[in-house]
Design a protein around this ligand. Sequence first.
Ligand SMILES: Nc1nc2c(ncn2[C@@H]2O[C@H](COP(=O)(O)OP(=O)(O)O)[C@@H](O)[C@H]2O)c(=O)[nH]1
Ligand SMILES: [Mg+2]
Length: 267
Amino acid sequence: MNPFASSAALDMQGQFSTQDTHMYSVILPTYNERKNLSIIVWLLAKMFSDNQLSWEIIIVDDASPDGTQEIAKQLAATYGEDKIILKPRAGKLGLGTAYIHGLNFVRGDFVIIMDADFSHHPKFIPQFIQQQKAHNFDIVTGTRYRSSATPSLATAKPGGVHGWDLKRKLVSRGANFLAATVLNPGVSDLTGSFRLYKRSVLQHIISVTQSKGYVFQMEMMVRAKALGYTVGEVPITFVDRLYGESKLGADEIVSYAKGVWGLFVGV
Ligand SMILES: Nc1nc2c(ncn2[C@@H]2O[C@H](COP(=O)(O)OP(=O)(O)O)[C@@H](O)[C@H]2O)c(=O)[nH]1
Ligand SMILES: [Mg+2]
């Protein structure tokens, strides 16, 4: 018997006590994450097995020149090809389409989207699951910009951002302020990408989301709210990437602002 196939649910202390028959699929997009990938996969595998949850990780690597795929192959050999599923693409096609691509291969009924650079710590996932279960949420999103969960959650601790310089903090705050003011979706962290979705909900939202770049996460959340889906929030601490460089540039900031405007006139 697969030891990870047994099931559990979280109780109020954040421990799993009763049966959870769900399967959780993580979509992990990677571009030059050779140094981060094995640590993040190890942490994810440990968290899932500690909590007796059924899981898989779908790695969408865009032909990273640093050899990320070699590491991914080793991980599949170590953890099993039913746990680590490699779905590479031929070139760097962007983050938005990486999620769409990965979603085609998901077998779980819940999908977790996160970054592979260690900015999103797997330790928050049990809280996302706990929040989802408590209110049957369609989506649970991590938030860097609220100190408590919405609705409140006993195990949640205040979140925040670590390792970003002032400029990057201002850009992120500004991006969220702009979208929150113009679009008012009632969610505090629109540009974050650490989220848990019901698979059918993610499929629906992704099918109507038009943007592909940095604005993708924000559009997904605005559309989710416009479609009437329910969203819970859990504070997370976001740590700047462990190894490598961020891909956020000035052109991304401009296209983000354009995206907010496009949604304002469109949704
Ligand atoms: N497959 C794929 N992954 C990407 C691409 N761009 C970024 N990523 C991954 O998406 C995540 C977030 O990217 P990152 O550069 O850290 O963005 P930032 O955190 O906003 O600076 C990381 O896991 C990256 O490896 C891409 O074009 N294709
Ligand atoms: Mg990052």
